[in-house]
Write a protein of this length. Structure first.
Ligand SMILES: Cc1cc2nc3c(=O)[nH]c(=O)nc-3n(C[C@H](O)[C@H](O)[C@H](O)COP(=O)(O)OP(=O)(O)OC[C@H]3O[C@@H](n4cnc5c(N)ncnc54)[C@H](O)[C@@H]3O)c2cc1C
Length: 456
């Protein structure tokens, strides 16, 4: 029996897609930059079916690419060519919230927005939030150790994961979902698989910690003179505001792009070189504290604050629509953006931001560099328009600049296929050798996500 026939027998005809038109939506990533043809797309419904798929692929030596919501930005969830594409979208089960433990178990295919709504209905919340919330899945978020806008307060996905269920390349199922507060019984496999980008196992269920639900929120959009001044503002906010949960930065060119794309009015009478978005949340209304902190911060050139839900969404739109606005601008210009997600030491942030446009211009003179990021973590999203033909050169130049500043070439999106060839800029030879030995131990035939993390 062929692999496709065995997969049909296991999952049913409707969930093994071989027709090119049916496969197509799975084969290109969110940015449009990474694309490849899958051998077929399979859509298992539960852990047992995932294990059957992997056993079948292992028997034939068929490589597998794993996909959740396909919002990853480094080409890790789309085929390079010829792999079986394993979609976890149907693993959408959400167990009841465990209030005693402050935790919940979610299927890998549960979308972030669904998880948030589920937690909030039980009077709790989920600690990670990001703009792709309507599509990004629990499996993808854990596999990439996603960060987002609340890392300052709650940490990244790594801090939320307390247990996982996963299937190894040979079909072995590992289940460790108790999520005990204390459990010192050897290597922590849940944390090993967190951030493994689908190279070690397929996550099928995850036990996640929940956080208190904040009844009140306030958001400020602040005009500042530059990166250093935004950091000065952040220092005041961190000192004064225990309710601070987000601190973001963007610049005049990005804000102009968002305004054009979303037809938004200018937030202030004057344009400023940089803008910070601060969000506070708590059991009591943080608006007055936020206003007082802004009044005491010399870096503030102008500020607007909103506490009602519509007003907060209006202010967040200037920052959260950047990814979509940049994509739309790239498509209008007949291309796709080159997107890089990097982290630098906080002290190096102003000089790296200042050096980026020139660094990019050095290899792609006609390109436009739009930067924004998570200010507290000094995590920059570097987006380059008009450089599609020079994508490799732009990536190399930016990642070398970051490495020279002792930063990381991937802050939250992962290494994927996009940055695999530059892994050695952030990890030593000895570290890469250990990573490869771990990969070899769990997936000896190298069937899971080949080309992701390690260049082939
Ligand atoms: C508008 C926008 C804003 C974003 N903002 C942020 C942000 O602020 N912070 C941030 O961190 N990211 C952000 N991202 C990136 C993206 O949303 C995250 O990387 C997210 O975690 C990807 O989830 P996904 O389900 O779409 O995964 P996919 O894109 O499907 O996959 C991502 C990686 O995880 C692997 N994978 C997926 N599911 C599984 C599984 N069940 N088991 C094992 N491996 C798996 C894939 O093979 C791939 O390597 C943003 C993306 C967009 C489009």
């Amino acid at each position: 029996m062929s692999l496709e026939a065995a997969l049909r027998a296991a999952l049913g005809d409707a969930h093994v897609l071989v027709d090119p038109e049916l496969r197509a939506p799975y084969e290109t990533d969110w940015t449009g930059r990474f694309t490849g043809k899958a051998r077929c797309v399979v859509r298992p419904a539960d852990t047992a079916q995932v294990a059957e798929v992997l056993r079948g692929c292992a028997a034939e030596g068929a490589p597998v690419v794993i996909q959740g919501g396909n919002t990853g930005l480094v080409g890790g969830g789309v085929p390079a060519g010829g792999e079986v594409l394993l979609s976890l979208a149907r693993l959408g089960e959400l167990e009841p919230v465990d209030r005693a433990a402050g935790a919940v178990t979610a299927g890998a295919g549960v979308r972030l927005a669904g998880l948030q709504a589920h937690a909030r209905a039980a009077g709790l919340d989920f600690g990670v939030d990001l703009a792709a919330r309507s599509a990004a899945t629990v499996g993808g978020l854990v596999a990439t150790t996603a960060g987002g806008i609340h890392v300052l307060r709650h940490g990244s996905m790594r801090s939320q994961v307390v247990g996982v269920e996963a299937v190894l390349a040979d079909g072995t199922v590992l289940t460790r979902l108790a999520g005990l507060a204390k459990d010192n019984t050897g290597y922590d496999l849940s944390q090993l698989l967190t951030g493994s980008e689908g190279t070690l196992a397929v996550l099928t269920r995850v036990r996640l910690k929940l956080v208190p639900l904040a009844a009140h929120r306030a958001v400020a959009l602040v005009g500042v003179a530059g990166t250093q001044q935004a950091q000065d503002l952040l220092a005041v906010a961190r000192d004064r505001l225990r309710s601070l949960q987000a601190a973001e930065i963007c610049y005049a060119d990005g804000l102009a792009l968002v305004r054009e794309h979303n037809r938004l009015s200018a937030p202030f009478a004057e344009a400023y070189p940089a803008y910070a978005v601060l969000e506070c949340a708590g059991g009591t209304d943080p608006t007055d504290d936020l206003l007082e902190a802004l009044a005491e911060a010399p870096a503030v050139l102008d500020a607007t604050v909103a506490s009602d839900s519509a007003g907060r969404a209006r202010l967040w739109a200037y920052r959260e629509s950047l990814t979509e606005a940049v994509n739309a601008a790239a498509v209008d210009a007949g291309g796709v953006p080159v997107k890089l997600d990097v982290c630098v030491p906080a002290g190096a942030l102003p000089e790296v931001v200042a050096a980026l446009p020139e660094t990019v211009a050095g290899v792609a003179p006609a390109a436009r560099t739009i930067i924004w990021g998570h200010l507290n973590e000094a995590n920059l999203h570097v987006n380059v328009l008009g450089a599609q033909e020079r994508a490799e050169q732009v990536s190399e130049a930016v990642l070398r600049l970051v490495a020279a500043a002792h930063g990381s070439i991937s802050s939250e999106h992962g290494v994927g296929r996009a940055k695999a060839r530059w892994l050695s800029l952030s990890r030593s030879g000895a570290e890469i050798a250990v990573l490869r030995r771990i990969k070899q131990a769990l997936d000896p035939a190298g069937l899971l996500n080949p080309g992701v993390l390690f260049a082939e």
